[in-house]
Design a protein around this ligand. Structure first.
Ligand SMILES: Cc1cc2nc3c(=O)[nH]c(=O)nc-3n(C[C@H](O)[C@H](O)[C@H](O)COP(=O)(O)OP(=O)(O)OC[C@H]3O[C@@H](n4cnc5c(N)ncnc54)[C@H](O)[C@@H]3O)c2cc1C
Length: 619
């Protein structure tokens, strides 16, 4: 029987990135998934990116992942969110053609060396010596051997769809069966599972929408590519439409609230607070006159639309009734009803910082099964699990991505040390150093790691290095070139910034809010590519903040890296509160920094911990 280095279970966003990164790190990979046609399937919204998430896509791309490239190949509308708030918090987001995205993921995977595919449902893991994983058994009896296994089963673990109170369907998502045997196998092996829920809105036939009555939203024309390595041609761009619920919509939902799976008591798992269903919105904001609804195209070759904002677990007949109360949707045809889904996840405190399952050498978990929600969160974890499963299989050093490195590091650290009590989603506020963790500098942050691990072929590495070289050149030119008051006047006037009275370096003037480096270059008679100026523009503007965050990192790194002895008996530490001792014993952090981020561990507990360790090591 063929022995693979890495076997990935699941072809969703975590599984495909895990397979890609394991392949790039030299592993022979087998991707086993229930249906090869649904590799890269977007279970919910056909959009990639957004606040913090867009930055993760670029981090994944910088390391050689596929999400950014697949988005570039399939995007049908692009917007840079937060444009009015200043470039440090800009967040790229793209609406994608669902089918094209899926096909692009498959195509991009097939371009990578040593990735093999098998369609089938994994029923159980195989173990060789004790808890060391050695492969998988499929429900049809096939067996595959591997040195390490990455499980990325998404919402499929004992998944149950709810359509109103009375209809419950065992499923991983609409139209696809759940994964039951495997989770039972893992529970029998001693792992803990809990239950979460999520939901999706109905889809409609765009031909039945009166779009003339609605606000049209076109994407941006400015060129932008998620990928640092390739500038793929974008497909034709399509508009979205904006509408609002009416008091009548609210009244229909209130009248049928008890028929909702969420409010009628059929679902017990917790759901994502930040993606509320329309039932949640109506209950939480009873006095709101209206709620925003975006109609988003599903693709270039279909008229179907995604109704963003109306996620629900009400019966289909009620969904159609409230849809038709929304302006522009009076005659709407519903193509697929919305639904809620409950599923098992593994509390991620059972993992270490490489996403390896503690106590099961060679087993890694990534994606929604770790209690997260979102494609980008899944992709980021796929990268970590993919690299580390390949490292494990090839007996190389584990690869840790820290909080200061990127949002991927922030997320993994939050998951394994803090755990989750609701589906975890990334926000910029989760990062301590958010001015440093930006979408424009993801390549600078991750290229050194990609280079060290040899993840990129020569032509991609050359493209990345020459991009950074061009950005550096822009910065140097900005620091050397002066602009006269006359040249600067129109640029400053346009953003109502005071005039200058003597010539200044372009890099100094670019510090002013609203004044763009690109505009200053053009005013001074220099031609620059906009894509190459963003990084230098932000570095000039936020120079002070950036320097302060670097200082903070240096200070915190001292504490962050203070290693805690393995096998420490936390219950013997009298200078630490009992609650903190329990938490520390449960999570078993590797460093003092990680200990400090466990909820319930206070600064005085940390001080006590440091003192007790210093005392015991000096004995
Ligand atoms: C109804 C619904 C609504 C959602 N709403 C939102 C939302 O509003 N916002 C948001 O951010 N995210 C939402 N999500 C979540 C989003 O889809 C996931 O976060 C994301 O897809 C997770 O990626 P993943 O790779 O972990 O899992 P998935 O994309 O679910 O992929 C899992 C893969 O594993 C395969 N698989 C499962 N079990 C086995 C097995 N035993 N053997 C072989 N293969 C197996 C499946 O076939 C699938 O390919 C929603 C998901 C669903 C289902």
């Amino acid at each position: 029987m063929m022995l693979y280095d890495v076997l990935v279970i699941g072809g969703g966003h975590a599984g495909t990135e895990a397979a890609a990164l394991a392949s790039r790190y030299g592993a022979r990979v087998l991707l086993v998934t229930q249906n090869l046609e649904t590799i890269g399937q977007m279970s919910c919204n056909p959009a990639i990116g957004g606040i913090a998430k867009g930055t993760v896509v670029r981090e994944v791309d910088a390391l050689g992942g596929i999400m950014g490239r697949a988005t570039d190949l399939s995007r049908i509308q692009f917007r840079m969110l937060n444009r009015s708030k200043g470039p440090a918090v800009w967040s790229p987001r793209a609406q994608c053609d669902r089918g094209l995205y899926r096909r692009s993921v498959r195509w991009l995977l097939e371009r990578l060396p040593n990735i093999h595919f098998a369609q089938g449902t994994v029923a159980s893991l195989l173990f060789e010596s004790g808890p060391q994983v050695s492969g998988v058994r499929l429900t049809d009896g096939r067996r595959y051997q591997a040195r390490s296994v990455v499980l990325t089963a998404g919402t499929f673990l004992r998944g149950r769809i709810h359509l109103g109170l009375d209809t419950q369907i065992p499923a991983g998502r609409a139209g696809e069966g759940p994964s039951v045997e495997m989770v039972e196998d893992l529970v029998n092996n001693g792992l803990t599972v809990e239950r979460f829920k999520t939901g999706t809105p109905p889809r409609i036939d765009g031909r039945s929408v009166n779009s003339g009555a609605l606000e049209r939203q076109d994407g941006e024309d400015q060129p932008y590519w998620f990928s640092f390595h390739e500038k793929a041609p974008h497909p034709k761009q399509l508009p979205c439409f904006l509408t609002w619920t009416k008091p009548e919509t609210q009244e229909i939902i209130e009248r049928h609230l008890q028929e909702s799976a969420l409010y009628g008591g059929a679902i017990s798992g917790r759901g994502p607070r930040y993606c509320p269903s329309i039932e949640d919105k109506v209950v939480r904001f009873p006095n709101a006159q209206r709620h925003q609804v975006f109609l988003e195209p599903e693709g270039l070759e279909t008229s179907e639309m995604y109704v963003n904002g109306l996620s629900t677990s009400l019966p289909p007949a009620v969904q159609l009734e409230y849809l038709r109360s929304v302006p522009g949707l009076e005659q709407v045809q519903m193509t697929r009803p919305g639904y809620a889904i409950e599923y098992d996840y593994f509390p991620p405190t059972q993992l270490d910082a490489t996403l390896a399952v503690r106590g099961f050498p060679g087993l890694f978990f990534a994606g929604q099964i770790n209690g997260t929600t979102g494609y980008e969160e899944a992709a980021g974890q796929g990268v970590v699990a993919g690299l580390n499963s390949a490292a494990f299989a090839q007996e190389r050093e584990p690869i840790a991505i820290g909080r200061g490195d990127g949002f991927i590091g922030v997320m993994v650290d939050d998951l394994v040390h803090r755990g989750v009590d609701e589906p975890y989603r990334l926000f910029t506020s989760r990062a301590e150093y958010r001015i440093l963790l930006r979408q424009d500098n993801a390549l600078r942050r991750f290229l050194p790691l990609a280079e060290r691990l040899n993840l990129l072929p020569d032509e991609e590495l050359d493209a990345a290095l020459s991009r950074m070289g061009r950005e550096d050149e822009v910065m140097q030119t900005a620091q050397l070139t002066t602009i006269t008051p006359d040249e600067a006047a129109p640029v400053l006037e346009a953003v109502e910034s005071p005039k200058i009275t003597q010539s200044l370096k372009i890099s100094e003037l670019a510090r002013r809010p609203g004044v763009s480096l690109g505009e200053l270059f053009r005013a001074a008679g220099q031609d620059v590519d906009e894509d190459d100026t963003t990084w230098a523009d932000i570095e000039c503007k936020y120079e002070g903040y950036i320097a302060r965050e670097h200082e903070m990192i240096a200070k915190l790194q001292k504490m962050e890296r203070y290693e805690l002895p393995e096998g420490l008996d936390y219950f013997s530490l009298n200078a630490v509160s009992y609650e903190a001792r329990e938490k520390l014993d449960q999570v078993r952090p590797g460093t003092l920094g990680q200990a400090g981020r466990i909820p319930g561990v206070t600064p005085s507990d940390l001080q006590g911990l440091a003192i007790e360790i210093a005392r015991s090591t000096s004995r």
